[in-house]
Write a protein that binds this ligand. Sequence first.
Ligand SMILES: [Zn+2]
Length: 413
Amino acid sequence: MELLQSVLNRMGFNSGTVDGIFGDRTVSAVIRFQNAVGLTADGIVGERTWNALMPYILGYFTVTVRQGDTFWRLAQQYHTSVTAIEAANPGVDPQNLQVGQRLTIPTADPVVITNISYSYEILQLNLKGLLARYPFLKSGSVGNSVLGRPIPFLQIGSGGVSVGYNGAHHANEWITVPVLMRFAEQLCRGKAFGQSLAGYDVRRLLEKVTFWIVPMVNPDGVDLVTGGIKPDSAPYRAAQAMNTGLPFPSGWKANIRGVDLNLNYPANWEEAKRIKYEQGYTRPGPRDFVGEYPLSEPESVAMAEFTKQHDFRLILAYHTQGELIYWKYLNYEPENSLAIARQFAEVSGYAVEETPYGSGFAGYKDWFIQEYNRPGYTIEAGLGSNPLPISQFPDIWRDNVGILVLGGVLSVS
Ligand SMILES: [Zn+2]
């Protein structure tokens, strides 16, 4: 429902505030859309209406070339640009279009949706849209979640230096997913159209750096919080039975079987366990349970394996909240870690801090720093209690785009 309202608004059929309620304004927007595309204007969103909306949700049409079509005419017809069509169809000679040939025609709007609760389904839709529009983008899976969902990664760039960014280790910190997806889209746009991002020429950057992005480490947990896992389902009820004292499901940080993924890495895990057990977190639950042993969870295993395969010079692990940059792990970090953290602080306005002792072990960035003696950071984006409202997205993006770009820039300099 939020997706419907969001796409109608994006297309200019004002459905009012995106609130997930199928009210009069939404019905009237649906009717105007149906009229515009020649469907029965009944205000009911059935299969045909969804199918007609889908290209706008995905961000592209798949079109079969007809007699007389040119890129320019198709751009007029679909309200898009010739350069966008060229980028999406790199192998096609515009002077020699063949009748019956299939083309990808991007819509005029961005792909990544940044104004609604971000679920695994939306991640997949947005990923499909980006891959169609930007054929140089590569993606794959780092492994499967507890519920068997592939955890996607995106690979952008052809540089010899790799950096690894990830989001949503913690379920109710899902706002980090659209941040990383927006970043991926901006890199793709920059490369396709020769634009800059945060003051840096994207094409030049991507010749030196390859960005490996895992936007949603914990898809099951995110869907528990954002509604993709329904209240009448077995996983929802099992999680609810484990829940203790926190708002449910909005307080959930763990993976779907109650392990806090950012306390599950082999970086002095025993100390993390001692601390968390002392605080009373001795069983699977919404947060702070370290797991039965280090790397007991498929999501943390997938991240560790992925990291081992890619020789990352630097990693960013995105969390919320507090507008903080954590850079230290015991004394393992290299000498330049603090200087880089200070540059991140300068472009974001976030504060550079040392991790409090009680949460100072067994996190992904702790493990990365310990294993590789390279700069690794936990970025705590946004302010307020989790889950942060999506209305914070524009501020969080503004503050973090510089960090995301600099992570690459500083890894080659
Ligand atoms: Zn977190």
